[in-house]
Design a protein around this ligand. Structure first.
Ligand code: BG6
Length: 486
């Protein structure tokens, strides 16, 4: 019997993301007939109680999309089971092993990363790490290089690397995969994709939410470890990597790791110049008033809820092209975008004032709130005016995503793609050990530079784009962050 075991199966990630994703996959007939889904968690509840919670969780996601139906639910319900376990104890995992038997088992660890090492060791002892088993690890694995290696050594002791699936849910987002299609499925962009033609790259992940009651986790990590070490560096890798020879998981990941290895270390002398740490304070936001991070936390904390960094990639393709990244909580918009700013014309023939300003081409790859890739190009204003006048026009691929007159497809949860790939053993969109290792190495250098340079978070008001220092980061170099309507 094939089984998917969700450790932490009653927790937030499982209920909000994983189980609804499985429902959607089942609705589309994408789950194997005999697949069992087993929730495993500490709480001592019955199968019926668990099933009821899963039902409510799936329904709340599926109903608004008009895909909640009795047939799918009946199929899903028949797959479900629940077992109260202490996942760190081989003894306690025995009944789970008896339940799943010798079939292929995929175990998803949706629990605190601090438990990963002990859980995988217990899984090994309980026979849940055999050759036909896989393990899926939710990020962040570790909170620095040292703890990552400790956890990963325990994982490597139980599983071979091709059985390990380290999730970064950003890689499951449709537009992120589309970036690979855009770069390597077209001849027109790749020749321009280098320092000769690109001035700089921006990556923004803005969120309006605060940390709220997630602080016990968040305070240990902060924006640098929670978002930049994983999601942002993965996006940077996909923008910057060389063309892989094919889409084989190893080929793609080989190229990504080369980018991470080429990131210029940030020294403590430089930390203040190329990084910005911020923390939101309380104040008016979205029509109400919100608490500051320290208030949520209940004491003064030096954890950053915002980070902006200039990264440089020391290789031939990107020499001299800065990559600016910023992410934070309580920003004005939930917005994720990658901006490719091309260089200005080498010489303009439209140089007189009344012809309109010639803007350099800009490609915006928007992941959230909309999924779109657009390219701003200069165009002649229509009409018979004597002098040729120019204007920027945005060419958008949105129609391509949707089909011109069709209703937009359902916005998938990123975990749908990733759960399906893990169940099928395809690791292309998962993070390999050496990638995570390199990413931690670079991030450790940043956090050490902050410690050595005594760089503390700067306060910012909710609803702002972080401290103004984040604007100076670009302004100093004669550049500016993209604004939504640009
Ligand atoms: C998670 C972080 O990995 O990503 C959260 O832990 C963050 O802090 C979330 O809110 C953002 O994901 P998305 O898909 O909503 O952009």
């Amino acid at each position: 019997m094939a089984a998917l075991v969700l450790f932490g199966g009653g927790g937030d990630l499982a209920m909000r993301m994983l189980l609804p994703s499985l429902y959607f996959l089942d609705h589309e007939g994408r789950l194997a007939d005999g697949l069992k889904i087993i929730g495993a968690a500490r709480s001592d509840e019955s199968r019926d109680e668990y099933v009821e919670k899963v039902r409510a969780a799936c329904r709340s996601k599926a109903e608004p999309d008009g895909v909640w139906d009795a047939t799918t639910w009946a199929r899903m319900e028949a797959r479900l089971d629940y077992l109260a376990v202490d996942a760190t104890s081989p003894e306690s995992l025995k009944p789970l092993k008896d339940k799943v038997g010798d079939g292929p088992i995929t175990s998803f660890l949706a629990v605190s990363p601090s438990l990963y090492a002990r859980i995988v060791s217990a899984m090994k002892a309980a026979g849940l790490a055999e050759d036909n088993c896989r393990v899926v690890l939710e990020k962040p694995v570790g909170r620095d290089l040292k703890s990552f290696l400790e956890i990963d050594d325990a994982v490597a002791d139980a599983f071979d690397e091709d059985q390990v699936f380290r999730i970064d849910h950003y890689l499951g987002k449709e537009t992120v995969q589309n970036l690979i299609a855009l770069r390597f499925g077209n001849t027109v962009f790749e020749p321009l994709w280098n320092a000769q033609n690109i001035d700089h790259v921006q990556i923004t992940i803005g969120e309006t939410v605060g940390v709220g009651d997630r602080w016990p986790y968040y305070d240990e990590y902060g924006a640098l470890r929670d978002m930049l070490q994983n999601h942002m560096l993965q996006l940077l890798c996909l923008v910057a990597m060389e063309p892989p020879s094919d889409l084989d998981p190893e080929s793609v990941r080989n190229e990504k790791v080369k980018v991470l290895r080429s990131l210029r270390p940030i020294t403590f002398e430089e930390a203040e110049r190329v990084t910005v740490r911020g923390q939101y304070v309380g104040g008016p936001f979205e029509g109400g008033t919100v608490k500051g991070y320290d208030e949520e936390r209940g004491l003064d904390s030096d954890t950053e809820t915002f980070v902006a960094i200039r990264a440089d990639i020391d290789n031939w393709r990107w020499a001299g092209v800065p990559f600016f990244m910023r992410t934070g909580k309580r920003l004005p918009e939930k917005r994720t975008e990658i901006v490719i700013q091309f260089k200005p014309l080498p010489h303009s023939i439209f140089d007189s004032g009344d012809r309109g300003e010639v803007e350099a081409n800009r490609m915006v790859i928007e992941l959230q709130p909309e999924e779109d890739i657009s390219l701003t190009v200069m165009n002649k204003k229509a009409g018979l005016d004597a002098r040729m006048q120019l204007q920027p026009i945005k060419m958008s691929l949105t129609w391509g995503f949707r089909g011109k007159d069709e209703t937009p497809p359902r916005r998938r949860i990123a975990y749908e793609r990733l759960l399906l790939d893990a169940l099928n053993g395809d690791s292309t969109l998962f993070v390999r050990r050496d990638e995570a290792e390199q990413a931690w190495k670079w991030v450790d250098e940043v956090s050490e530079a902050w410690t050595d340079g005594h760089v503390k978070p700067i306060e910012y008001a909710p609803g702002s784009w972080g401290p103004t220092e984040a604007d100076y980061l670009l302004e100093r170099t004669g550049r500016a962050w993209n604004t939504t309507d640009a």
